[in-house]
Write a protein that binds this ligand. Structure first.
Ligand code: PGA
Length: 258
């Protein structure tokens, strides 16, 4: 399977989100083999977008969640509330949340636990900064992020658990690692996950790549078996780009199944 996850970030209002969701759905139409497609609109658009994607091949993700169950947490949205509006996946640990909103590894861990408790699927983001990479610490940083985020986690693995490798320096910059560099990090992530969850089957996790993915480079990444999907930011709200990404995934899947 290949995953295509669209992180729409804080770009579209409710009406625009509904329109993009409709257009995104059409991208799957008539496809015999299609990727697992998850769109993540802003929180305010979730319930309207749900009406569009209900009973379609497209699923609904949230961009963040509160670590607490309920109560005096002004401005936050709980996992229960997200589940109520049809959300199945939640992005956790995105570098923008970590860097702009001060989310720590401990908080990321609390969110992962909360989401699992509510039978939602985390899309856990990890990735090093430019400085980490230049200092030769990329793998060490990612190992630490994974170990912290997954501390005490008992995923049920009723669905595949997505981990997205998103090097901070590649997000929104137009710069990407080479496929070889991504594969190397993905193998590392797999080995850390194996150590953390020694009894989990191989299909329990999917390791995705994110950072400056677009219609042009998607196929190059997706054709690698170690890259099990893409977390797409900017290009996911440009329908022609999104179309190329979905088509690249369909092409790879069709080739695999033939
Ligand atoms: P980008 O963002 O595709 O715009 O680089 C990726 C992300 O933030 O998940």
């Amino acid at each position: 399977m290949k995953y295509i996850i669209g992180n729409w970030k804080m770009n579209l209002g409710v009406r625009e989100s509904v329109a993009l969701a409709r257009a995104s759905l059409l991208l799957l139409r008539g496809k015999k083999v299609a990727p697992e497609f998850i769109i993540c609109p802003s929180t305010i658009a979730l319930s309207e977008v749900r009406k569009v994607v209900a009973r379609s091949g497209c699923r609904l993700g949230a961009q963040t969640v509160c670590y607490e169950e309920q109560g005096a947490f002004t401005g936050e949205t709980s996992a229960r509330m997200l589940a109520e509006v049809g959300v199945t996946h939640v992005i956790i640990g995105h570098s923008e949340r970590r860097n702009l909103f001060g989310e720590t590894d401990e908080l990321v861990n609390q969110k992962v636990l909360k989401v699992i408790e509510h039978d939602l699927n985390p899309i856990l983001c990890v990735g090093e900064t430019q400085t980490d990479r230049e200092g030769g610490h990329a793998k060490q940083v990612v190992t630490h992020q994974l170990a912290m985020a997954l501390k005490n986690a008992r995923p049920k693995f009723s669905e595949t658990f997505c981990v997205a490798y998103e090097p901070v320096w590649a997000i929104g910059t137009g710069v990407t690692p080479t496929s070889q560099e991504i594969i190397e990090m993905h193998s590392h992530i797999r080995s850390v996950l194996n150590e953390l969850f020694p009894t989990a089957p191989e299909t329990a996790f999917a390791v995705l790549y994110g950072g400056s993915v677009n219609g042009e480079n998607a196929y190059r990444f997706l054709r690698e078996k170690e890259i099990e999907g893409l977390l797409v930011g900017g290009a996911s709200i440009k329908i022609h780009q999104c179309k190329e990404i979905i088509e690249a995934a369909c092409q790879v899947l069709a080739a695999q199944s033939s």
